[in-house]
Design a protein around this ligand. Structure first.
Ligand SMILES: *[C@@H]1O[C@H](CO)[C@@H](O)[C@H](O)[C@H]1NC(C)=O
Ligand SMILES: *[C@@H]1O[C@H](CO)[C@@H](O)[C@H](O)[C@H]1NC(C)=O
Ligand SMILES: [Mg+2]
Length: 260
């Protein structure tokens, strides 16, 4: 009887505790919901969230940057943070490279994308409101054919270290070989990308194929030739998905456009 009473008292005590505890939790969450955001600009935190979701590949196949985020993207790209982000990734890549022991048989390969990996299209996209305007293939071609894309400095430094260490660097781009081949070769050269093994552009065989399919097939051919792919760097997830990806992949930031 005493044991039963004791058990009953214990149950009541637990129920009481749970009731008080859950009330405290709900008061706290009501309070949090009611209190205003510290930021005076609601879109700033939205745009940060959007950009993070884009980089993490949680938002996909987005056709344009949300209009309210134009200034956010502009200040990210030109205000220094983009360069800091690239620098940190470059350091990660170089510390990985430092750990690798190459076979030294000339078959140690590295893959780099071209647009917004080796060379930058920021100045073109500035005229497209940093990606708030719809994709314009004719406009892009007219820009690319001028061969005036500047090198991305931290990627150029990384490229030079890769070549120096003895990697065979393959540049794989979705640019059309027939119309942009010459301009792209010239642009890479005038920006200091010298000493790569091969530049591969999209030819008639891959016309209309997605970047994932096209780039996978190219990497498969490279591995088929006997190369070992140690690393693969690109600004699009489609550079880093599919087959024969390499031992490590590195995603560079690009909040201005999405290539499927
Ligand atoms: C490269 O690796 C060596 C040892 O393998 C280490 O002592 C050195 O600090 C590393 N350098 C960088 C830049 O990570
Ligand atoms: C396109 O390039 C691939 C890979 O380099 C090659 O196998 C194929 O024959 C080329 N196609 C044309 C039409 O040149
Ligand atoms: Mg790219």
């Amino acid at each position: 009887m005493i044991t039963m009473m004791f058990q009953r008292a214990r149950e009541v005590f637990i129920l009481l505790f749970l009731a008080v505890f859950s009330k405290a939790v709900s008061i706290k969450s009501n309070y949090q919901r009611a209190s205003p955001m510290p930021s005076s600009d609601g879109s700033a935190s939205y745009c940060l969230s959007w950009r993070l979701a884009v980089e993490a590949n949680n938002v996909r196949a987005w056709p344009m940057v949300p209009t309210q985020c134009m200034r956010h993207i502009e200040s990210y790209m030109l205000g220094g943070q983009y360069d800091h982000d690239l620098d940190l990734i470059k350091d990660q890549i170089l510390s990985y490279v430092n750990e690798t022991v190459l076979n030294g048989d000339g078959m140690d390969a590295w893959i780099l994308d071209v647009d917004d990996t080796c060379i930058s299209n920021i100045f073109y996209y500035k005229g497209k409101r940093y990606g708030c305007d719809p994709y314009d293939p004719t406009g892009f071609k007219a820009w690319a054919i001028k061969g005036g894309c500047p090198a991305i400095p931290s990627v150029l430094a990384m490229f030079n270290k890769l070549v120096e260490k003895g990697f065979q660097v393959f540049l794989i781009t979705g640019r059309d070989e027939e119309t942009l081949g010459k301009a792209t070769v010239g642009n890479l050269h005038n920006q200091g990308f010298v000493g790569y093994e091969r530049l591969i552009l999209r030819n008639a065989t891959y016309k209309g194929k997605s970047a994932v399919i096209y780039k996978s097939e190219i990497r498969k051919q490279i591995e088929g030739e006997g190369y070992r792919i140690w690393g693969n760097v690109g600004d699009q997830w489609s550079d880093l998905q599919g087959d024969c990806l390499g031992i490590r992949t590195f995603k560079l930031p690009n909040p201005m456009y999405f290539v499927p």
